[in-house]
Design a protein. Sequence first.
Length: 264
Amino acid sequence: MYPKLIEITQNIGLHSYGFMLALGFFIGIHLATKRSVQENIDPNKIIQLVFYIFIFAIIGSRLLHVVAEDLPKYLKNPISIFYFWHGGFAYYGGFLFSIPTVYIYCKKQQWNFWKIADILTPSVALGLSFGRMGCLLAGCCYGKECDLPWAIQFPPQTLGKAGVLLHPTQTYESIAVLIIFIVLISYQNRKRFHGELFFMLMILYGMARSFIEFFRDDHRGIFFNNTISTSQLISIPLISFGAIAYLYFHQKRKKDDLLWKKSK
């Protein structure tokens, strides 16, 4: 594992986590702008929107980590909240902060929110896959001890539990989200209504994340007598909302198609 890809001094260097986030971010921008051209949306405005998303996603993901996962530690040293290079981001915080950001921007541009959400959704999945590989390199979001053939061991200089064999939960999630990305990309030209890809991501990622959480061992907030984590608690309503919204819009599209056929 390589917490720093390039080390200039003990405190200065190119951190692998930040590098992987940036790599996923810029590849995601490329995909979103390419898709926006196909959808007759100004790619320059999509780039502007993505940078707004990036800012608020960083704020949201950091806040959720601080509040739900390790608040006492940060209260003892509040300045450490801004030590982004040490890791400590919660995906769902960024996701939840991004939704109103996109909605407000779409209202300003008079865009269909669900259409823009579908343009951005595959990029979100791919960016998350890169981000989890950054977690692997940094050692955060580590798994429970195991003796499986693919178990990994972190050296002392990483954020992971060092010297013991662990589930590679970062790799589990990176692969899972990459598969979701492939599904979304393969389906985007066959979608039946705006918002379909967005709801698919909510459902598929929520299910994958909830399952993988059972194998994680880092501190991330535990509820109901250590039964579920913060991410699982958030996943449940998001999966439910995604499924209900998917069914609603799907049925609405079927009714609209039926009315259109009758009117011919």
